[in-house]
Design a protein around this ligand. Structure first.
Ligand code: AMP
Ligand code: ZN
Length: 482
């Protein structure tokens, strides 16, 4: 049975969907004012593995993701400028061009990381009337109030406002002082904006919509309440995001949705831990971020980054460095090369005892992998079980006892579970025939211990842009990175 850690209960719980065989999954999406950084992408990889694991467990997953293209201010609270409008000024483009450009960049990144595109990808600006409807309900039920500057959600009216974060409300109140000064009519310091009116700093806000309260634009959190309710109903099964969303964004989503519809919003809340760099959080506003494109420009395969991410648990910190990426890339390529050797193994060996041992290892691998992934998505343990099976099979192979048919079973068993890892383990880079020829020649010299000639050929291969590594399965030739 699949078990997942629920932030709401702070416990691992057995997963039970609300509807038989179907899962409603809502994953908060990017704010498209800049490129996603590899920290953001870590969270999207975790969510992709979650979707794939649910599918592996036989569920049909309806996944929804919002695209934030309005209303997210430069602070996660209600202060500062609209991130999209600020970037539009900076780049001298329209707000719509900015949103479109960075949405496309986001889609390119997730495709390169083999992340499945969510079935429903909904821009916030496409659901403003739905958001207005919820705000109206909240005003009617007096969970919200109007000032001359905005419509606010009144936090003190909602029981258990901090149930997700378990953070004392006083901490929020201190953090929100600046906003109280900005709007003296605001009742509680922790109250948050549902709708901004076009006054003061927002007088010239470009994105604007008519509403019962005059022209304006929505606050950041209301889009997720509107989109999730519209496409998944309420309650739905799983809601996810990065840990930074626990105390503000998700806390506010719960308050809005549950107050508006008197029903819980989601059954399970899952949060991915931060990617750090030099032990500090990677963040767009912190200026320490790296994009996937940066890594690609350095020659790295995006799937090597996926491998690096999968090698840690989604609830643990992962500190990024180019060294760790390089070793992840080596391990990833080694794994693929090793698998190709199993796929192509045609050995005709009759050894029933070796066959039995190998088959037992495959069965044990399938059990271990499935237990690991169903234990709150333990991808690191699942990957370790892949390596364990390969090591066991390699030692049978090295002893000259691995039958081609069994080797192919090893290959198939691993490929089948690559549906969850999403590492495209079957794909090998295309190596030009000239390089293959040089490699074969070098191998002949190496076997004959003519190392000077072998080294000269290695150098030639390297100057042509390829690296060569000697592995137990033979030479591994790859396009050179960095
Ligand atoms: P944003 O585009 O800022 O709304 O963030 C998109 C997603 O990335 C959200 O789920 C965030 O919680 C997550 N996120 C932000 N920074 C990091 C980080 N350093 N590591 C992992 N996830 C992050
Ligand atoms: Zn959200």
């Amino acid at each position: 049975m699949l078990r997942i850690f629920n932030t709401l209960s702070r416990k691992k719980e057995g997963f039970k969907p609300l509807r038989k065989n179907q899962v409603g999954l809502y994953t908060c999406g990017p704010t498209v004012y800049n490129y996603a950084h590899i920290g953001n992408l870590r969270t999207y990889i975790f969510e992709d593995v979650l979707q794939r694991t649910l599918e592996y467990n036989g569920y049909q997953v309806k996944r929804v993701m919002n695209i934030t293209d309005v209303g997210h201010l430069t602070s996660d609270a209600d202060t500062g400028e609209d991130k999209i409008e600020k970037e539009a000024q900076l780049e001298r483009k329209s707000v719509w061009e900015i949103a479109e450009f960075y949405t496309k960049a986001f889609l390119r990144d997730i495709k390169n990381l083999n992340i499945k595109i969510p079935e429903l990808l909904i821009p916030a600006t496409k659901t403003v009337p739905d958001q207005i409807k919820i705000i109206k309900r909240l005003l009617t039920s007096r969970f919200a109030y109007e000032t001359s500057k905005a419509i606010y959600f009144e936090v003190s009216k909602f029981k258990n406002y901090t149930k997700l974060s378990r953070q004392p409300l006083t901490e929020k109140i201190v953090a929100a002082r600046e906003e109280v000064i900005a709007d003296p009519e605001k009742k509680g310091a922790a109250d948050f904006v549902l709708w901004f009116k076009l006054v003061d700093r927002f007088k010239n806000h470009i994105m604007r919509w008519p509403s019962p309260w005059g022209d304006g634009f929505p606050g950041w959190h209301i889009e997720c309440s509107a989109i999730s309710t519209k496409y998944l109903g309420q309650p739905f099964d799983v809601h996810t995001g990065g840990v930074d969303h626990i105390s503000v964004h998700h806390t506010n989503e719960i308050a809005q949705s549950e107050a508006a519809f008197s029903k819980s919003l989601a059954r399970y809340w899952m949060h991915g831990e931060f990617l750090t760099i030099n032990q500090g959080r990677m963040g767009k506003s912190l200026g320490n971020f790296i994009t996937l494109q940066d890594l690609q420009k350095m020659g790295y395969n995006p799937l090597a980054y996926r491998y690096l991410v999968l090698n840690s648990h989604y609830r643990s910190h992962l500190d990024f460095s180019l060294e760790s990426l390089k070793s992840a890339e080596n391990a990833y390529h080694g794994l693929k090369n090793n698998l190709a050797a199993f796929k192509n193994c045609e050995a005709k060996i009759k050894d029933s005892s070796a066959d039995k041992t190998a088959k037992k290892a495959i069965k044990l691998f399938q059990k271990k992998f499935s237990e690991a992934i169903n234990d709150d998505l333990n991808t690191a343990k699942a990957l370790a079980s892949v390596h364990e099976l390969l090591n066991q099979s390699n030692s049978i192979k090295a002893g000259g006892k691995l039958n081609g048919r069994i080797a192919k079973e090893v290959y198939k068993a691993i490929m089948n579970l690559d549906k969850i890892l999403g590492l495209k383990l079957a794909e090998m880079p295309k190596i030009p025939s000239k390089i293959i020829g040089l490699t074969k020649k070098r191998e002949l010299y190496r076997v004959r211990k003519q190392f000077i000639q072998a080294d000269a050929l290695r150098k030639e291969i390297e100057t042509l842009g390829y690296s060569i590594e000697d592995t137990p399965q033979g030479p591994l030739v790859l396009p050179k990175s960095v």
